[in-house]
Design a protein around this ligand. Structure first.
Ligand code: GTR
Length: 381
């Protein structure tokens, strides 16, 4: 049934599933037919996901935010990279906060290079600036060898990953003290996405970085975050969702594994109050996740799945790429010229949406990163 669906390329529903909302049809029922009409529809989609799923950030770049280079070392990684450690600091009505960003840039470079920013949702040693600890989750040496800069921040510095009624992290700093929260106020994924945009504020002004070639990478909850950051922040040239699954890259209607009611129960702080109304009501949702991918068009998107990651549902992630693709045609670009679910280790890099299925479990590995570098090489070199 699934295979038939993806082969068709057009939007049809699975048995028991309502039709997918069309990314190219506005809320007023008008079909978007030209690139010139896209920005208005794109804004409408971002608004839809802000209201229904992730919530609205009360602020963009805070006035008075400071960016301090706390360390600059050249010729680390046996001479291959320059390291910069940055401290961002902000103040709001509820207090102050900040985050650290670590950055490696290839020492040998003829011109500014593209930079991959990881939203790190695993223990902070995965992004060890000293490189005493190394991890496939953030294989900095391998990306430097490919000629790219690589950066990271730890999500918990922006907002701890726990449900405390939105008191800690940037919610506590920027929400007006004592003011009741709106049903679509920013939740934790939105806070992390906000943090990624602040990291970009800092990265685009670092020497050696090409501000037009910023990629944001996230795994799982971080992948949901990367997509929400990419949808909102036009500076993200390449948005990468690794195994993001439910409420990330996977189409919700007909999804296997994790579903809306389950994710809202397990992680209520990730999403808005409005999102809870869709528990067990996926067929009534006026949106679905392929529209989140679509809202990034015409910029580059990449979705990666893993064979054993049934909780995320690889086929539902692949299906979102198929269903988002028509938007790129407005720009006379190939979105995702594939409709057949691929074999493992057979990356699909022919369109502006990249995809691969890796053999193995729910994880972000060096294999995944190297495929992201391949895709970037194709469009950036
Ligand atoms: C799981 C959650 C997923 C995914 C994952 C992760 O427990 O159900 O949606 O986000 O955590 O972030 O590793």
């Amino acid at each position: 049934m699934r295979t038939l669906l993806v082969l068709s390329f057009v939007t049809i529903a699975l048995a028991g599933e309502s039709a997918l909302p069309d990314p190219l049809v506005t809320s007023a029922g008008k079909r978007v037919a030209t690139a010139a009409e896209w920005p208005a529809r794109q804004a409408e989609l971002v608004e839809l996901f802000a209201h229904q799923v992730y919530g609205r950030a009360p602020i963009g770049r805070p006035g008075g935010m400071t960016i301090t280079v706390t360390e600059a070392a050249s010729g680390v990684m046996d001479g291959a990279a320059d390291r910069r450690q940055l401290r961002l600091a902000w103040k709001g009505p509820g207090g102050d906060g900040g985050m650290n960003v670590v950055l490696f840039v290839p020492t040998k470079r003829e011109k500014p290079v593209g930079c991959f920013l990881l939203i790190c949702n695993r223990p902070v040693e995965n992004i060890d600036p000293t490189r005493e600890k190394k991890s496939g989750f953030w294989p900095a040496e391998a990306m430097i060898a490919r000629g790219y800069a690589i950066a990271a921040f730890h999500n918990a510095e922006v907002d701890p990953d726990k449900h405390d009624g939105f008191k800690d992290g940037v919610h506590g700093v920027f929400d007006e003290p004592g003011k009741p929260r709106a049903d679509d106020a920013w939740a934790t994924i939105a806070a992390w996405a906000w943090g990624a945009s602040r990291a970009i504020d800092a990265l685009v002004e670092q020497p050696g970085i090409d501000a037009k070639r910023i990629a944001v990478v996230g795994h799982s909850r971080g992948g949901k975050t990367a997509l929400w950051c990419g949808a909102q922040d036009e500076r993200v040239a390449l948005t990468i969702s690794n195994n993001s699954g439910c409420s990330g890259a996977a189409i919700t209607r007909g999804k296997e594994g994790e579903r809306v009611a389950k994710i809202n129960a397990s992680f209520p702080h990730w999403f808005t109050t409005t999102y809870k109304q869709w528990n067990e009501r996926e067929n009534d949702m006026p949106f679905d996740q392929h529209q989140l991918l679509a809202s990034i068009a015409p910029r580059l998107v990449y979705v990666a799945s893993a064979t054993e990651d049934t909780w995320a549902d690889p086929k539902a992630e692949f299906r979102a790429c198929v269903e988002a693709a028509p938007v790129w045609a407005l720009f006379e670009q190939r979105g995702f010229p594939v409709t057949t679910f691929p074999a493992p280790e057979s990356p699909l890099h022919e369109g502006r949406i990249g995809y691969h299925l890796r053999t193995g479990k729910h994880d972000l590995t060096e294999y995944d990163w190297l495929r992201y570098a391949d895709f970037a090489d194709k469009y950036w070199k």
